[in-house]
Design a protein around this ligand. Structure first.
Ligand code: NA7
Length: 544
């Protein structure tokens, strides 16, 4: 039976990360009645959940923040790359300045969203639970529009290793970390070498009695170049921040730098190596997204970048066998076509007697045991097994919820591939918006910038609907077909498509292989979003 409606809003926001807090404030300032439900016990989204030791932002300050003057003028950053706890503090700052908490229910997971055509309303089922997971209330909220801000990494992925249930020690996925887990003096296993695995390894290695990394693919990690942000830095950047923000809007990934227009081999070898060196020393993503224009497009240019990276990296690792595993002579895939992680002494950890690597390509996991992990060649004993195995990225946050539109669910509609318009709406699901989702620049732009760019488009669309008495708005199916063509076309241009990665859904068995991101950069994306509203939205949307 269905529960009676307990709350009614113009717009409900689901999820309290960057997308959610920005949209909640924006939508409220546009005079809609609104409310946010967040499954976690605190705000921050990914920064709330990923509390594993070492969790840290890979985009530098002051880029990685929302741009509202009332927020940045009253906040001071501590480091160039913020740690997870600082991000949680920052979200509390946002909630204070914008007075958000009165319109937020924490510990409230939206498990169902069903469209009711007769009333043109979404009926949401909201399940509230306490910190220990005990459900204490299930209720129904009605709203005209809903904005899912569930992020690109809210559904964790645990591979089905044989015998997992046999393990008698502590086992945890990085995205579901519990701060109670002890690592000091323990024998620790880490599976996975994405951003989470790299950060965890470099943090846990110094304290663990023993750490074993189970690696399938080495991470071509770059030196972070961490730095302190002192009082004078904080004062200084604020004097030019508005101009910096304008600059960010013009670059590919929303950074303060962009690809260099020169081609790799258009300069002399000496010049090229000096440029690489400079990028490397700058730290962060410069060597990835601030390098020669053809690095991610031309195989030879890419090989040159890899060679430089490898030469830099192997000098840091004492043991030749370990060096070959972490930075092999033959690159396992084109440099930078999987998400690059930023590291702080990651490679030096493998110089410790207590830290080792198992190469899963030659020594695969056969089974978990009561005491640890048995690979083809050996049996390892552990107290803690850390699963840094990633997420059902980009789509999982939406497909894991029972979202039913006019005809079907999002999960079923996307069974064989994603269909969206502008990566923000999908046909058959009127008045349903999503932020930081599929077929948007999600993995290739900073979270805050995406939250604002998409959040503003959604806010403007809601205002347009209200002003014109529109009860329902959804993309035309033909607009989706065109968007998919455009997304796929832009993904063809470059080396990314030849590498198996979560960018293309390869990490989840059975997931359709296609570009889950819009890879043509945020500036062009903004332009496409603006164009789509032409002729009163009528060219690309069905209005009723
Ligand atoms: P990622 O980047 O998806 O990394 C997951 C890691 O887990 C990756 O190294 C995988 O190896 C590994 N993995 C996944 N399945 C298996 C199996 N079955 N066996 C062995 N190893 C496996 O997730 P993160 O949490 O690190 O980072 C997510 C994003 O957060 C990141 O990209 C940033 O945007 C921030 P593979 O590389 O596929 O061989």
């Amino acid at each position: 039976g269905s529960l009676p409606c307990s709350d009614e809003y113009d717009v409900v926001v689901v999820g309290g990360g960057f997308g959610g807090v920005y949209s909640l404030n924006n939508i409220r300032s546009l005079n809609f009645t609104t409310h946010m439900y967040e499954a976690g016990t605190g705000l921050g989204g990914i920064w709330h959940w990923n509390c594993y030791p070492g969790a840290r932002v890979d985009t530098d300050t002051p880029v990685y923040q929302l741009y509202a003057p009332e927020l940045y003028k009253t906040w001071k950053w501590k480091e160039r790359y913020s740690g997870r706890d600082e991000m949680v503090d920052y979200f509390n700052h946002i909630a204070d300045v914008w007075d958000l908490r009165k319109d937020i229910t924490l510990g409230a997971r939206v498990t169902q969203a069903h469209w009711h055509q007769d009333s043109c309303r979404w009926h949401l089922t909201v399940v509230q639970s306490s910190a220990d997971g005990t459900v204490y209330k299930t209720s129904v909220t009605h709203c005209k529009s809903v904005v899912f801000c569930t992020g690109f990494a809210s559904k964790h992925y645990i591979p089905p290793f044989f015998g997992m249930d046999k393990f008698g020690g502590t086992m945890c996925h990085t995205g579901l970390w519990s701060e109670d887990i002890q690592l000091a003096g323990k024998r620790v296993a880490v599976i996975g070498t994405g951003a989470s695995g790299v950060q965890f390894v470099q943090e846990a290695s110094p304290v663990a009695a023993q750490l074993t990394l189970f690696q399938r693919t080495p991470n071509m990690a770059l030196p972070m170049g961490q730095a302190v942000r002192d009082e004078s830095w904080n004062t200084h950047y604020k004097t030019t921040y508005p101009e910096q923000v304008e600059k960010m809007k013009t670059t590919y990934a929303g950074f303060l730098y962009d690809f260099d227009p020169r081609m790799t081999f258009a300069v002399s070898e000496e010049e090229r190596l000096a440029f690489y060196e400079d990028l490397f020393c700058k730290g962060g993503m410069y060597f990835w997204l601030g390098t020669f224009a053809d690095m991610l497009k031309n195989k030879k240019a890419n090989d040159a970048a890899y060679e430089f990276w490898r030469n830099k990296t192997i000098t840091r690792i004492h043991d030749a066998a370990a060096a070959e595993r972490l930075a092999p002579k033959v690159a396992p895939h084109a440099f930078g076509t999987k998400r690059i992680s930023l590291e702080q002494n990651y490679f030096e950890q493998f110089n410790r007697d207590t830290v080792s690597i198992v190469d899963l390509n030659t020594d695969p996991i056969e089974t978990f045991t009561n005491k640890g992990i048995k690979t083809k060649s050996a049996e390892h004993e552990f107290d803690v097994i850390v699963l840094a195995t990633g997420f059902d990225s980009v789509t999982g946050g939406l497909t894991q919820i029972d979202i039913r539109g006019t005809e079907t669910t999002i999960k079923d509609k996307w069974e064989k591939g994603v269909w969206t318009h502008l990566g923000m709406m999908t046909a058959g699901f009127p008045n349903l918006f999503f932020v930081y989702g599929p077929q948007a620049p999600t993995a290739f732009v900073t979270g805050p910038q995406c939250a604002e760019g998409q959040g503003n488009w959604i806010g403007d669309t809601l205002v347009y609907m209200r002003a014109h008495g529109i009860e329902s708005l959804q993309p035309r199916p033909e607009a989706e077909v065109k968007w998919k063509e455009h997304v796929n076309e832009t993904a063809e241009d470059g080396l990314f498509k030849d590498t198996k990665s979560w960018y293309f859904g390869d990490n989840i068995p059975g997931k359709a292989r296609e570009s889950l991101n819009y890879m043509a950069g945020f500036p062009l994306y903004r332009k496409k979003c603006a164009e789509a509203t032409g002729n009163g939205y009528k060219n690309q949307f069905i209005l009723a």
